[in-house]
Design a binder for this molecule. Structure first.
Ligand code: 13P
Ligand code: SF4
Length: 322
């Protein structure tokens, strides 16, 4: 990739510059719903973790910019090893992926011989390589249910999603004790108060949230499931307990409905942002298109091992949909 002139030297607006560079480099921009609104607006495709993996697999362009966190970039690279995969900020990590260190997870698997290993997509490539099938919050229930009821299963790393799937499927999967710091910090007290103040509002909750919050939810689901629920519902008001970036697409799809962000316990601000997701900015998106950096690299041997469980998820998702 050629190094382009950087912003201050350019008379073009940031948005125009991104669009020009995208065309020039033959790049496709993917963005998760937790990105800022301006990034979601300029992306070629927006989606939840599942949709982005499904889209990435079909992209023909030589360069893919994954506006999301590191594990999402890795997933794209594993599915498209011959392509250049860029993430605007390489520091965009994930507390949930970090809660599952590969050495410790490998030991956990050894301690549970004969178990099928199901891992949430929010994991490193190294953890995926130890996995039989990957899931996202959008397909975890259906994929778990493709296994016989007496299948011995390890589910990692999110304990809240794992407990939720156990409760709705009647399974007794062995759970890794990991969590997302963003989804765990919603304040039950403040949300109860919001419910009192907005009695008509439906409470939408991501399954990475803690059980007490799940128990008072009107709908539990992945970001895409929550979006669809809000769109299809007769109700006009919603309290949204997932990362606040999702409100952008909710407002775009349902301009006449009211979306109230559920507040975290540790701040006076009403929104709950993932600081990792929000490391990506329009400036960094422009710079990564201009410089071709930072680029995601995954060891070829690791790609071979991590690819199969992701492809298995994509195959199963297609079958489940039919
Ligand atoms: P989904 O995109 O599957 O809803 O997951 C949310 C998340 O935490 C992504 O980091
Ligand atoms: Fe990870 Fe949670 Fe941020 Fe998603 S919201 S990227 S799970 S830290």
């Amino acid at each position: 990739m050629n190094v382009e002139k950087l912003p201050s030297e350019s008379s073009l607006s940031l948005k125009e510059e991104i669009l020009r560079l995208k065309k020039e480099k033959g790049a496709v921009i993917l963005a998760h719903y937790y990105q800022t609104g301006d990034i979601q607006d300029i992306a070629d495709h927006i989606g939840d973790s599942l949709a982005l993996a499904q889209i990435a697999e079909k992209i023909e362009a030589p360069v893919i910019v994954m506006c999301g966190v590191h594990f999402m970039g890795e997933t794209v690279k594993i599915l498209c090893p011959e392509k250049t995969v860029l993430v605007p900020d390489m520091e965009a990590g994930c507390s949930l992926a970090d809660s599952c260190e590969v050495g410790a997870f490998s030991k956990f698997i050894e301690e549970h011989p004969g178990h099928t290993v199901i891992s949430y997509v929010n994991t490193t490539a190294a953890v995926k390589a130890l996995t039989d099938v990957v899931v996202t919050s959008g397909n975890a229930k259906e994929i778990v249910e493709t296994f016989p009821a007496d299948e011995k299963i390890i589910f990692g790393p999110d304990r809240n999603l794992g407990n939720y799937i156990n409760s709705i499927t009647g399974r007794n999967m062995v759970l890794w004790d990991g969590a997302c710091h963003v989804h765990e910090k919603f304040s039950l007290e403040k949300i109860m108060q919001l419910k009192e103040e907005n009695p008509e509002a439906k409470l939408l909750v991501h399954p990475e949230c803690k059980k007490p919050l799940q128990l008072i939810a009107d709908k539990i689901g992945s970001t895409a499931v929550l979006l669809k629920y809000a769109q299809d519902s007769d109700c006009d008001e919603f309290i949204v307990a997932t990362e606040s970036g999702i409100l952008h697409e909710m407002h775009r799809r349902c301009p006449d409905k009211k979306f109230i962000p559920a507040p975290p316990s540790d701040s006076t601000c009403g929104c709950n942002d993932c600081s990792y997701m929000k490391l990506n900015t329009m400036q960094k998106l422009r710079d990564c298109l201009a410089t071709g950096k930072p680029e995601i690299h995954v060891d070829a041997g690791l790609i071979d091992k991590a690819r199969r469980p992701i492809e298995r998820m994509l195959e199963l998702s297609t079958k489940i949909k039919k």
